[in-house]
Design a protein. Structure first.
Length: 111
């Protein structure tokens, strides 16, 4: 028995499975924002580096850059500083740094 599906149409069952899969995948990649109180506690306990100490790395990589926004997030068990920075060339960069080690995890142009 053949299924008569018009081009561009998916059978309902396949669409439902695909939608459910996309929902599960998107939920697993959501990062949790860390409150200021929790960030202070983590810093006082020595679990994360101060943002001031990470600024040295940013200044070396992007001299004359200007920090626009900083968030501390928990993502897949890692504590990550997510930083938006304006370079001297007027390009906005989104940089992710490991809050425990200071390592740059990702650095990309923000569109």
């Amino acid at each position: 028995m053949f299924s008569h599906t018009l081009p561009g149409q998916w059978p309902r069952k396949r669409r439902a499975i695909l939608i459910a899969l996309l929902c599960v995948c998107s939920l697993s990649s959501v990062a949790d924002d860390i409150s200021q109180d929790e960030a202070l506690r983590l810093r006082q306990q020595g679990e994360i580096l101060s943002f001031a100490s990470l600024l040295k790395t940013l200044e070396q990589r992007y001299p004359q850059g200007r920090v626009l926004e900083v968030e501390l997030e928990r993502d897949d068990g890692l504590l990550i500083y997510e930083i938006e920075l304006l370079t001297r060339d007027q390009v906005v960069r989104e940089i992710e740094m490991d809050a425990r080690t200071g390592d740059i995890l990702d650095d990309e142009r923000d569109d």
